[in-house]
Design a protein around this ligand. Structure first.
Ligand code: 9WN
Length: 438
């Protein structure tokens, strides 16, 4: 079974490879996405390291001159996705590159991935690490100098697509305060996937409204920080930034880049100082979100709430209470184990929806991040459980984009949702089975 699945995972990556980069999914996502490419590169790292290198090089061709790394690079033409490059119109920014790109970013997983590729391959990729280190450093430099208005070491995201968790119920209260125009949108996603598994039309109008605002400000970060109605410090995004800082610090030490290492260590210390204090909610026993525009915490738990484990953020006793309350016969696993780990939103909330995208279904990349976080703290039993739930879902259904987390479904109900032959599901399957728990 495993060897057949391994071969199928490889076929998914091969099938989505486009002469230099890998699309997340045919039709549904026909371009190169930022954090997808990080996970995908790691998958390639297990089967073909040259492809892993090309993947990252291609993504970096979309980097802006101020260090910003966009969430989509439109290397190719495709009519099957909305919004395409003409909607983004990033040439309005003085920093936009020659490549066509979107104008927002995504969770910074690449510094971590680079370190993990080095872990898989060792010295044979030192030259590659030397080649891409400066670009990744510049991306982190961009974050700390453009996206941290209070100098807290906690960077903001200005669009829900930057979170990667597009329609999590966490944003509902932000949308409730927005009077976005009723655009007539030419959505393509619902031509590929059942609309009941995707964000609503009203949500899409908010997403596009934000893009239109950023365009009207020529993607100027100062104006975005001053005026964007969506300005959030997100626990997943910031935890990945910190874990990637660690990766870059290790890689920088290896390369003898002392000045960059010292700067990264300084940012890391600042982030470490504020993260737990500002984003941990002792009542809910998990990390939550901070709305910088509304000056308030958004007190909801999602799978992002547990990713700070990956960056070693919670003190051990806090990590313990978080895991026992939610993952080890707790809210997210269900007290009687009703759910596959890890639902993307709190199953005890009235806004939990097991079928709709980031409002409940299990996502493989979040599982992988939480799994590695659990191992970091030595929660091996829960980590094993998370790993076997993930492998069970993939082996029973195939490499879908997301999965219904309810263990007991009506007969005949299929639990794999969204795109099939989805790249990061295949890539991270390869990492799950190739690397034994540390
Ligand atoms: C918008 C590509 C991306 C992922 C995101 C996921 C989804 C895009 C969309 O697909 O978002 O970026 O159009 O729905 O939410 O995490 O990177 O796989």
């Amino acid at each position: 079974m495993r060897s057949e699945m391994r071969a199928r995972a490889r076929e998914v990556l091969e099938g989505n490879w486009q002469d230099g980069f890998t699309i997340p999914c045919k039709g549904l996502y026909p371009f190169q996405w930022n954090w997808d490419s990080g996970f995908i590169a790691l998958g390639w790292g297990h089967v073909n390291m040259e492809r892993a290198k090309q993947e990252l090089r291609s993504l970096l061709r979309g980097q802006w001159s101020n260090g910003f790394l966009p969430h989509i690079v439109f290397h190719n033409e495709a009519e099957t996705y909305f919004p395409g490059p003409e909607v983004w119109d990033v040439s309005r920014s003085a920093y936009a590159p020659a490549a066509r790109t979107s104008g927002i970013t995504q969770p910074p997983v690449l510094g971590y991935v680079l370190e993990q590729l080095y872990e898989i391959s060792g010295e044979s990729i030192t030259d590659f690490v030397r080649e891409v280190f400066p670009a990744l450093y510049r991306w982190h430099h961009y974050f700390y100098t453009h996206r941290d208005p209070h100098q807290e070491g906690l960077v903001y995201i200005c669009h829900n697509w930057e979170a990667g968790t597009d329609n999590t119920p966490v944003w509902d209260s932000i949308w409730a305060g927005l009077d976005s125009p009723q655009y007539q949108l030419n959505r393509r996603d619902t031509q590929h996937v059942d609309a009941s598994n995707r964000p609503s039309n009203r949500e899409y109008q908010h997403y596009i409204h934000l893009v239109e605002l950023f365009k009207s400000w020529n993607y100027d970060d100062v104006q975005i920080a001053e005026k964007s109605p969506f300005l959030i410090q997100d626990p997943l995004f910031n935890a990945l930034l910190m874990r990637s800082n660690e990766g870059l610090i290790r890689m920088g030490q290896l390369l003898g880049r002392e000045a960059e290492v010292a700067q990264l260590q300084q940012w890391q210390a600042l982030s470490k100082h504020h993260f737990h204090q500002k984003l941990y909610c002792p009542l809910q026993k998990g990390y939550v979100y901070y709305d910088l525009r509304g000056n308030r915490r958004l007190n909801a738990l999602s799978s992002s709430s547990f990713v700070p484990l990956l960056a070693g953020i919670p003190p051990a006793h806090v990590a313990g209470e978080m895991v026992s309350s939610h993952l080890d016969s707790g809210t997210f696993s269900g007290v009687g184990g009703e759910f596959y780990l890890c639902p993307s939103f709190d199953p005890s909330s009235p806004f939990f929806d097991p079928k709709r995208y980031w409002r409940g279904p299990v996502w493989i990349n979040l599982n992988w991040l939480i799994y590695r976080g659990l191992l970091r703290y030595g929660f091996t039993e829960v980590a094993d459980k998370l790993r076997s739930d993930t492998l069970d879902l993939l082996e029973a259904c195939g490499f879908y984009e997301y999965f219904d987390p309810r263990r007991h479904l009506e007969p005949g109900h299929f639990r794999g949702y969204g795109g099939n032959h989805f790249s990061w599901s295949a890539a991270l399957y390869l990492d799950f089975i190739n690397r034994q728990p540390i």
